[in-house]
Design a protein around this ligand. Structure first.
Ligand code: NDP
Length: 281
């Protein structure tokens, strides 16, 4: 029977550690502040922003919420980011994505000062990750590394296949696994013989955005399977990109959805907020 990798428990452990570090910083008179900007009223974004605020409150991070109208112009948003970049009392700036269609996400991400880029999406943060320099790392991939390490899963020397090459998950994930000395293959929608490629993996990381696409035919016996996908089914329950029930008897360990990768993303955002103090000093 495969081991279930409990992201909820690992995330809770990380949050406890961060709570302690935040309390120690407060004793030294250092308070951490995260500014969260949301444009428009997208329901899912509202839930994510709410969860981030709750996590901040739990850990002891001050959060400033900017809920802007759907019709906010790009210039207005950039002006707000510019103001927050200049504020000494603001350590992290997060713009909830997606943004309304009239705003260019790339321009907004690039406007955030890299020292405050707690989402790790700024080109400078991505470049730093690529060449092994200090900087913020995108939260979901960073969370997956923590999940593997804290579950006692060896990464160095292992064959890792990442399916998906997005800027926020697949690419930084591959770079992080490389940094941890895995042998990394990146697969995507144009990959030929995906099943055979995936079957090479000791650690298979799936971030494709297609409900239950990965079945046991993609899995090497005993492999570790990390499912990044999140989808809401018609019955309102959540599922991932991996067909959990089908893969379970074949793999060695697997993350469930919900309760796997999801909780780690917010925990690592909180970690980046706490780390911002070090990067800014
Ligand atoms: P994107 O849509 O940006 O990227 C999907 C990637 O999967 C692309 O690189 C695409 O290839 C590849 N892909 C799509 N279809 C196939 C296919 N049939 N075979 C092989 N590769 C395929 O998605 P994200 O990376 O943003 O997200 C992936 C999933 O993870 C989503 O379900 C999302 O909701 C979830 N997610 C979960 C998070 C969490 O906290 N748990 C955080 C972020 C995302 P190509 O480049 O060739 O188009």
């Amino acid at each position: 029977m495969a081991k279930i990798i409990d992201g909820k428990a690992v995330a809770a452990q990380i949050k406890e550690e961060l709570k302690e570090r935040t309390a120690q910083l407060k004793e030294k008179g250092i308070e951490i502040t995260l500014a969260v900007i949301q444009v428009g009223k997208d329901a899912a974004s509202g839930v994510y922003v709410g969860n981030k605020k709750k996590a901040c409150a739990y850990i002891g991070i001050r959060s400033l919420a900017y809920e802007l109208e759907e019709g906010t112009t790009q210039e207005e948003l950039l002006a707000l980011i510019d103001e927050l970049n200049g504020r000494k009392d603001v350590n992290g700036i997060l713009v909830q994505l997606p943004l309304p269609a009239h705003i260019e996400e790339d321009k907004v991400i690039s406007a955030i000062c890299p020292e405050k880029d707690v989402d790790g999406f700024h080109p400078q943060s991505v470049g730093a990750l690529c060449i092994g320099q200090a900087g913020f790392v995108s939260c979901t991939p960073a969370g997956i590394i923590q999940l593997l390490k804290r579950s006692g899963i060896e990464i160095a020397g292992k064959e890792c296949v990442v399916i998906g090459r997005s800027n926020i998950v697949g690419k930084p994930m591959s770079l992080l696994m490389l940094r941890e000395n895995a042998t990394v293959t990146i697969a995507h929608s144009r990959t030929e013989n995906l099943k055979e490629v995936a079957k090479r993996a000791d650690i298979l990381i799936v971030a494709i955005g297609r409900p239950k696409m990965i079945t046991r035919e993609y899995i090497k016996e005993g492999a570790v399977v990390i499912d990044v996908g999140i989808h809401r089914k018609e019955d309102h329950r959540l599922c991932g990109d991996v067909d959990y029930d089908d893969v379970m008897p074949v793999c060695g360990a697997i993350t469930p959805v919900p309760g796997g990768v999801g909780p780690m993303t917010i925990a690592m955002l909180m970690n980046n907020c706490v780390e911002s103090i070090r990067l800014q000093s």
